[in-house]
Write a protein that binds this ligand. Structure first.
Ligand SMILES: Cc1ncc(COP(=O)(O)O)c(C=O)c1O
Length: 382
């Protein structure tokens, strides 16, 4: 298990950032469900929950330590964390370089919102090709925005090389590390300036919270607290922060179980004659398996596959599964599928790299034999 500055990660999750002596001996962090802190009897630096709150801060200290960051700030959603971080660095006419097929909400922010309001231009590159990155960045950039493993296509950018390039050219790097979580990767160690997570996925892991977090150096965190988070006001509610903490207690256990289940299902699919392709960086068949081994310590249970025989067969298979829930999110306790390649045109498939008929599965914490049996039955029907 990884250490953070000599501390085992399990110990950080159980104990860091919280002192029972600060909370009347309470072994769990209490929920300070208050908007306001009175100055009458001394409020120890707290004033208003849009700026800071003891419950939220305890969770932030823990998250910061997990990601080897000087500080962390919780937000009301992953998108709030991402857009606030970007606005820290973006100004009119800025240039962004990002990975092709970055999470759709972020694509919309780049191509629609920032472009139309601030004339910000975004250049995309195939994350699996460092030479494409060099081409995309050759006209300069203010921000490079990466995902540790890219949404739906699961390409892996050479984060270490890109961060070195960025440092040499004075470009800021933001990495969305939601896929790997701090258990399997710490982008700040490679030289990223900001790490963001949607806590709505694995960090909380219980499909009952929408939240986000930003981790960075102390100065950037202070600026974000007072400017983007304080002024836009996309603050997390203390009760939500507490739910993130409660979910996080089992993060290490869950991530290893997700990985174990994911690899079992991935191997089953890879060996099945009715499956054309499995896209999962945990398997040696992944084109960037070596880059993944260099940059990550493990993988969650999020993978894609394409049933053989075309899109109609894929649709039939998709509809024949009983166990998984169906929907767009991932990273929870439950197995859930969605079909990014189910209704896409040939043109969009070529542009995005998503294959026609491609299905994404977030393998949950159920008994893996139950899931595999369900898959066997559904494949028989195709
Ligand atoms: C990779 C990634 N980053 C960020 C987000 C946005 O997070 P949230 O839904 O918490 O705003 C998502 C949501 O699905 C995502 O998949």
């Amino acid at each position: 298990m990884k250490d953070c500055n000599g501390k085992p990660v399990e110990d950080i999750i159980m104990h860091s950032g919280e002192k029972s002596s600060e909370f009347l001996g309470a072994v769990n962090v209490p929920i300070y469900q208050t908007s306001l802190f009175s100055r009458k009897n001394g409020s120890k630096g707290y004033s208003y929950t849009r700026i800071n709150n003891p419950t939220t801060e305890a969770v932030e200290r823990k998250l910061a330590e997990l990601e080897n960051a000087e500080g962390a700030l919780l937000f009301s959603s992953g998108m709030a964390a991402i857009t606030s971080s970007l606005m820290r660095y973006i100004k009119t006419d800025s240039r962004i370089v990002s990975v092709k097929n970055v999470y759709l909400g972020v694509q919309m922010f780049f191509d629609d919102y920032l472009k139309s309001k601030f004339n910000v231009r975004t250049e995309y590159f195939n994350a699996g090709a460092y030479d494409e990155f060099l081409k995309a960045v050759e006209n300069g950039a203010d921000v490079i925005y990466l995902e540790t493993v890219v949404s739906n296509v699961f390409t892996i950018p050479d984060m270490d090389k890109i961060c070195t390039y960025a440092k040499n050219h004075d470009i800021k790097v933001i990495v969305d590390n939601t896929y790997a979580t701090p258990i399997f990767c710490n982008p700040l160690d490679y030289g990223a300036d900001i790490v963001v997570h949607s806590c709505s996925k694995y960090i909380n892991g219980h499909s009952d919270v929408v939240a986000g977090v930003v981790m960075s150096d102390a100065k950037t965190i202070d600026e974000l607290r007072n400017w983007e988070r304080g002024i836009y006001g996309a603050i997390i509610d203390p009760h939500q922060a507490w739910l993130v903490l409660r979910g996080m207690r089992t993060l290490t256990l869950r991530m290893h179980k997700h990985m174990e289940n994911g690899i079992k299902l991935g191997k089953f699919l890879e060996n099945h004659p009715k499956i054309e392709k499995v896209i999962y960086p945990a398997l040696p068949s992944h084109p960037q398996y070596e880059a993944g081994k260099r940059l990550l310590r493990g993988y969650p249970g999020l993978l894609c596959f394409v049933p053989a025989g075309g899109i109609e067969k894929a649709k039939k298979f998709y509809a024949s599964l009983d166990v998984p829930e169906v929907g767009p999110s991932w990273g929870g306790f439950e197995t859930i599928i969605n079909g990014p390649g189910m209704n896409i045109s040939q043109e969009r498939a070529e542009r995005t790299g998503i294959l026609r008929g491609q299905i994404r599965i977030s393998v949950g914490l159920e008994c893996i034999d139950t899931i595999i049996e369900d898959f066997k039955k559904a494949l028989e029907k195709v």
